[in-house]
Design a protein around this ligand. Structure first.
Ligand SMILES: Cc1ncc(COP(=O)(O)O)c(C=O)c1O
Length: 376
């Protein structure tokens, strides 16, 4: 399908080509170089993370986040169920076992109460979880204080999947910098992009060193190629980092525009009965990466799939909310704790076009299109 309006297209800031040209001129066409170093230090300056390791993808960053957290074969890793598969798959890369947890209805992220119940039950059966992957879905912070307190109390490593949340904060601090390790994605659909790419954030120097080592084929410090453990080829290219430098300059503008998109939809949808959305409470600031709404099926008499197909016929890309991991055929045998919150967000939730190139007028036209179809 070739849409006229995509859900979240890349949006260049203007200086990307200049930095790419510099990289070409200096012949740093490699997964090393001055732009990569600068991108990492600029990411530290922006997020407040003590260390940043720029990587080939957010998925690679999650894999290394688990590895530096000491996750090994047979360990249990708790994970928010309502997310993209890339949050969970790296657990399996390490031979660990994922245990999925339901969401709470306010942020749609991991439910602290269910999390604690799951930990208590697992402990009773002699299974202590090693780590937890919480997700800041569509840029919305999870209930971080409650989640972090539970992890502290039970000695569980907190890993933040902030792939969708660059520019979002909690109590004024950037997401991805609360856990032992945090992860960002710069995939083409994200709020800023390096075409493909990711980053690992940590305040711990040893963890950063270990992640860099594993990401560069685990080469021992020897004059020949020697390896004492298995490594990966996960470093970001200097060319991608050059794009990232240009993108980072405009991140705050992108956040402002995406938040504005959300407000425009919200104003237009006032008449829709039973509409709901992810809510920011005290201290939460979302980048509103994707403008996402829940339609009350009973009241609006419309399924999200009908809305999505109707928009597709008009050249507008919209997407249903992520299908929770515990409902995925691939994870059908994985343990799950919780009720139907994630399942109902999936059933009734839809993401509308949210790119930072959209204008108020375009959002007005998209909303009008939806309202006319829904006869509301
Ligand atoms: C929640 C979440 N986690 C992880 C990822 C993986 O990031 P990447 O595509 O950069 O590998 C993504 C996005 O693709 C995501 O949305």
């Amino acid at each position: 399908m070739n849409y006229k309006i995509w859900i979240s297209p890349p949006h260049m800031g203007g200086n990307e080509m200049k930095y790419i040209q510099e990289a070409f001129d200096s012949n740093w066409i490699a997964p090393a170089g001055p732009h990569l170093d600068l991108f990492e230090s600029e990411l530290c300056a922006y997020t407040g993370s003590m260390h940043t390791v720029a990587l080939s993808s957010g998925t690679a960053a999650l894999h290394l986040a688990l590895a530096v957290s000491g996750v090994e074969k047979g360990d249990i890793v708790l994970c928010q169920s309502l997310t993209f598969a890339a949050s969970a798959n790296p657990i399996l890369y390490l031979g660990a076992t994922p245990v999925f947890i339901d969401s709470e209805p306010q942020t749609w992220n991991i439910c602290p109460d269910t999390l604690e119940q799951a930990i208590t039950q697992l402990l009773k059966s002699g299974k202590k979880p090693k780590a937890l992957i919480c997700v800041h879905l569509y840029g919305m912070p999870c209930q971080l204080k409650e989640v972090a307190d539970i992890c502290d109390q039970y000695g569980i490593v907190l890993i933040e999947d902030a792939a969708e949340a660059m520019g979002s904060t909690y109590q004024g601090q950037h997401l991805g910098t609360f856990g032992k390790v945090g992860v960002a994605s710069f995939n083409g659909n994200k709020i800023i992009t390096t075409s493909a790419g990711g980053a690992l954030f940590t305040h711990n120097k040893n963890d950063a060193q270990k992640a860099r080592f594993l990401a560069s084929q685990a080469k021992d410090p020897a004059p020949h190629f020697q390896h004492s453990e298995m490594g990966y080829n996960y470093r970001m290219s200097n060319i991608c980092a050059a794009i990232g430098l240009g993108q980072l300059e405009v991140l705050n503008e992108r956040v402002a525009r995406r938040r504005r998109n959300f407000e425009c939809y919200l104003n237009a949808f006032q008449t829709i009965p039973g509409l709901s959305f992810q809510e920011e409470t005290e201290g939460m600031f979302s980048n509103r990466w994707l403008s996402t709404f829940l339609f009350d099926h009973e009241k609006s008499k419309l399924t999200v799939d009908q809305i999505r197909s109707h928009l597709a016929e008009n050249g507008i890309e919209a997407r249903q909310v992520w299908k929770p991991m515990h409902l995925q055929p691939f994870y059908k045998d994985a343990p799950y704790f919780g009720g139907n919150v994630a399942a109902s967000v999936f059933k009734n939730g839809i993401c509308f076009p949210s790119g930072s190139t959209l204008t108020d007028e375009q959002i007005g036209a998209i909303s009008e299109n939806i309202l006319t179809f829904a006869k509301m």
